[in-house]
Write a protein that binds this ligand. Structure first.
Ligand code: SF4
Length: 408
């Protein structure tokens, strides 16, 4: 028998990131969440607040901002205030490296305004200082009742831990793989830090882990093992994925494989924006990854064929793009007005070969006439042929039919 394919259930604990009345639950059976990060200087509070707003409107359910200096920490409450004024209640996550213990202690208003702290155990100090400074950040999280993400990155791995593991392995008589030792160091750093935080009194349900690497196969290997060894909620992302098509494809492949296996509770697509490309593009891609796996629905999906020699006319390509743009643009209003509209499927097809069949699978579909076909475009609604459009106004008339369908 043929078995259906679907993502395996996740088995992680739940953590909550809260701002005001907005509660974003992560892990367990909560939806896989989309995250993003600003690339503004946090000292530029207005610029940062505007970018957070853009990312939130694009669909980012949590937004991380850099908190790297006293000046940046001092601006965080003001950024929060600006967002609240604009009605943007997205939780803000503070990204700390090297001096987070001091900033969270010296700037209590910053510690309070943030909804979660990202701690990189590879960047909290060396030797004796490591546990003390890490502990100061955990204490701040407990004092302000905030969850933490313990985020390990192989570009900033705890070098003492790695060196120790390398030394141990160098004594082994049999051949060993330095790459696997690196994986071990990443996982040990993440889980060891989480256990240390729990020994300090932190609730394990308030801890989220990540182990980011930049290679697809490395990420899959590390997260499979991380998920096997613990049940903390996991944040997933291919770090430094790169630019454009390469970064998009690599992220989709890596995250797709892991999500299908039930691994990953929040995701970020870390794209380097190309000149002129909106920062929000990474949010759109992350949302598309979840939607294409059937894990979540954000916007109605438009099925369109690629076109071929049967469609010398560009009408169907133009119409497909127009309908897709229109549906996306309406979503901020429709999401509240028409609950469930995001699950709708629209088909725009180029000829009779696959047009009627694909249109019947959609909620609403149109099969445009290909070359040599009669100039008629049958429209299908809820799987049935409803009417046929003819003439020069097919695009505008179909547009209206889609609008009427959604309103009805
Ligand atoms: Fe070509 Fe028709 Fe197939 Fe579209 S549906 S790709 S136009 S054969």
């Amino acid at each position: 028998p043929i078995e259906p394919a679907f993502p395996k259930p996740r088995r992680s604990r739940q953590a909550q990131t809260v701002w005001g009345s907005r509660i974003v639950t992560v892990g367990g059976d909560a939806p896989v969440r989309v995250q993003s990060m600003t690339n503004t200087d946090t000292v530029d509070a207005i610029g940062t607040a505007i970018q957070v707003k853009e990312l939130a409107i694009a669909g980012s359910e949590m937004v991380r901002i850099t908190v790297n200096t006293p000046e940046a920490a001092a601006q965080v409450p003001y950024i929060r205030e600006q967002l609240d004024r604009m009605g943007i209640d997205v939780p803000l996550i503070g990204d700390f490296h090297y001096n987070g213990h001091r900033l969270l202690t010296d700037y209590p208003a910053c510690a309070e305004a943030l909804s979660k702290y990202r701690i990189n155990p590879g960047n909290v100090g060396k030797g004796d200082k490591h546990d003390r400074q890490f502990g100061q950040m955990i204490e701040a999280a407990m004092r302000w009742n905030k969850p933490v993400r313990i985020g390990v990155n192989w570009g900033s791995l705890d070098q003492e831990l790695l060196a120790g593991l390398m030394d141990t392995n160098s004594l082994r008589p049999e051949p060993w793989d330095a790459r696997l030792v690196m994986y071990e160091a990443l996982i040990t750093s993440a889980i060891g830090s989480a256990q240390l935080a729990e020994r300090m009194g932190m609730d394990g349900n308030q801890i989220i882990l990540s182990c980011k690497v930049s290679g697809v196969q490395d990420l899959i290997a590390v997260y499979r093992e991380l998920a096997r060894r613990c049940d903390y909620a996991l944040h997933l992302g291919l770090t430094e994925a790169g630019m454009g098509t390469k970064g998009t494809v690599a992220s989709a492949v890596a995250l797709g494989i892991l999500l299908q296996e039930g691994i990953g509770d929040t995701i970020r697509v870390s794209l380097t924006p190309q000149p002129g490309e909106a920062r929000t593009q990474e949010v759109v891609i992350a949302s598309e990854i979840l939607q294409s796996l059937g894990l979540r629905s954000f916007v109605p999906s438009v099925t369109a064929c690629p076109g071929c020699g049967r469609t010398t006319s560009q009408t169907f390509q133009v119409l497909a793009k127009e309908i897709d743009d229109y549906l996306r643009a309406q979503m901020p209003v429709w999401r509240k007005k028409y609950p469930g509209v995001e699950k709708m499927k629209v088909a725009v097809m180029g000829c009779i070969v696959n047009g009627p069949g694909e249109s019947k699978h959609a909620d609403i579909g149109i099969s445009l006439p290909g070359t040599g076909e009669a100039p008629a475009a049958p429209v299908f609604i809820d799987g049935q042929k409803a009417l046929t459009l003819r003439g020069d106004n097919i695009a505008a008339e179909f547009h209206q039919i889609v609008e009427n369908y959604i309103e009805k």
